[in-house]
Design a protein around this ligand. Structure first.
Ligand SMILES: Cc1ncc(COP(=O)(O)O)c(C=O)c1O
Length: 488
């Protein structure tokens, strides 16, 4: 095995007859391959001058403040960030948007309370619902016919749902979605304001919306009370870095409770390398961001125009089910081939790694750190693939995580379902029973069955199809054997 550091036996471990592969060596080997990342993190592995990270790797020691009670350098850094974003308060998160979502939900909804949530929310929202024993009331997105993805949540649907649920303590939506679909947050915020409850927006995939360039405007500007952004997904920052903003309209008591939760859900040994990355990213974006974003937006526009006209290639565009579409996420399909095959061709033949491959399309995630060379490589690869596949006919597999006609019946809270006595049943015998498991594909982590929902034929058919095609389902741990865990 090639050693990264001469004589560093610590990097490989020989136990019995097995030689374990060293993660560090594997990362170095991967780096050498020159594969171009059309995926997160948004820094796109571009060098950002930094010393040996071990030399500055500390946690809370004398003189460096305390993330859980910031009074010095961390407080100043977060206050500077709040000023840049125009928020009432901005928290630095070293445990990803996941910790921000857990905190915002935890602070805004009492234990066992009711939350109105978009059914296409990320699994971290469901985890928050589970932890707090909440009763989720779901509002469903529209479904786009183009590639079978979730469209926007309609403000009218939120209003209707809240009229029927006067005890809902908060609303949580995802905007943009993993695929880039944005909802009309301004109109939805007006509705929640009238009801006197907070609107939480999971903007994990839209951290770049805060820095111009003609991208959709951030939910913070549009009037949401709490907004969570993963800096690491679309901006030049390190994996796990994120921010949670409270808007200037957020009520003080909400903010105080959220503040207490932030420190429940974050490590008690925050990495100062990650905290540093957060500050540097925000300062960089504040100083040079709008220029870089303008240039990036121009490059993207040209790239999209080029891809749109390629024979054999299809690029998803905004349609009537979408309030706005973030152009930075490229949903691409090629005639005659599945998304998985397309992703494989791009990787094997052209050294381009996609963010996600579904049955029908791939997602290429771009950021302002993408290079002209990276975009050119993608254009060249898709031109060649498109030429070969042109005329083979479209493979329009509908592989949406959710379907228009599918509204599973809510029977009990996810907490109750997951903690009640349960049994394993063969899939075909599970219809009409309450699921004790939450199943989803990852990415994107949108559940097609949530614990506490009734299992119906659509869920069974979907799971059978995934099983036949050997598609990995997370959360349903024995689906490979054709078994589902149901409440007894
Ligand atoms: C829509 C959405 N929200 C939240 C998250 C969690 O973000 P993080 O990885 O920063 O914890 C993800 C992760 O991919 C996501 O896709």
């Amino acid at each position: 095995m090639k050693k990264a550091v001469a004589g560093a036996a610590v990097f490989s471990y020989i136990g019995g007859n097995k030689q374990l592969e060293s993660l560090y060596d594997k990362l170095l080997q991967y780096r050498e391959k020159g594969i171009y990342p059309f995926h997160m993190p948004g820094h796109k592995r571009q060098e950002w001058t930094m010393c040996n990270p071990y030399e500055i790797d500390i946690t809370e020691i004398e003189g460096f403040d305390d993330l859980h009670h910031p009074e010095g350098i961390l407080r100043q850094a977060q206050e500077e960030a709040a000023e840049i974003y125009g928020s009432s308060r901005t928290w630095f998160l070293v445990n990803g948007s996941t910790s921000g979502i857990l905190s915002a939900v935890g602070g805004c909804v009492p234990l066992k309370g009711t939350i109105l949530m978009a059914r296409n929310c990320h699994k971290s929202v469901l985890n928050a619902v589970f932890h707090r024993g909440l009763r989720p009331v779901c509002v469903y997105p529209q479904i786009s016919g183009q590639m079978g993805i979730a469209g926007s949540i309609l403000p009218g649907d939120v209003e209707k749902a809240l009229d029927c649920e006067p005890h809902a303590s908060a609303v949580i939506l995802v905007s943009p979605t993993y695929e880039g679909v944005v909802s009309d947050i301004r109109s939805i915020a007006e509705i929640t304001r009238k009801k006197g409850i907070p609107l939480i927006v999971d903007e994990a995939h839209g951290a770049h919306f805060s820095f111009g360039g003609g991208f959709p405007s951030s939910a913070l500007k549009e009037g949401a009370d709490f907004v969570i952004q993963s800096l690491h997904k679309t901006l030049p920052s390190m994996t796990q870095t994120a921010v949670l903003h409270a808007s200037v309209n957020a009520r003080r008591d909400w903010m105080e409770r959220v503040d207490r939760c932030v420190y429940l859900y974050q490590s008690s040994s925050p990495s100062y390398i990650l905290l540093c990355a957060i500050q540097r990213c925000i300062q960089y974006m504040a100083a040079d961001g709008s220029e870089r974003m303008k240039k990036y937006a121009g490059n993207l526009e040209r790239l999209r125009k080029y891809l749109k006209d390629l024979p054999g290639i299809r690029l998803a565009e905004r349609d009537e089910t979408m309030w706005r579409l973030d152009p930075s996420k490229l949903l691409i399909s090629a005639e005659g081939v599945t998304g998985t095959k397309l992703g494989g061709l791009l990787l094997q033949n052209y050294g381009l790694q996609m963010e996600m491959c579904t049955e029908s399309f791939v997602i290429a995630m771009t950021s302002l750190m993408d290079t002209d060379q990276g975009f050119k490589r993608l254009c060249r690869a898709l031109k060649e693939i498109g030429c070969e596949s042109s005329g083979l006919g479209e493979r329009r597999v509908r592989d949406a995580c959710l379907e228009e006609s599918h509204r599973p019946k809510y029977r009990m809270t996810p907490y109750k379902a997951e903690s009640s006595p349960s049994e394993w049943l063969p899939l075909e015998q599970a219809a009409g029973r309450v699921s004790a498991e939450t199943g989803y594909l990852y990415p994107p982590g949108v559940a097609f069955i949530v614990a506490g929902e009734e299992i119906d034929d659509m869920v069974i058919n979907r799971l059978s199809r995934y099983r036949q095609k050997c598609i990995e389902v997370q959360g349903c741990s024995r689906i490979g054997e054709g078994l589902l865990r149901v409440v007894k």
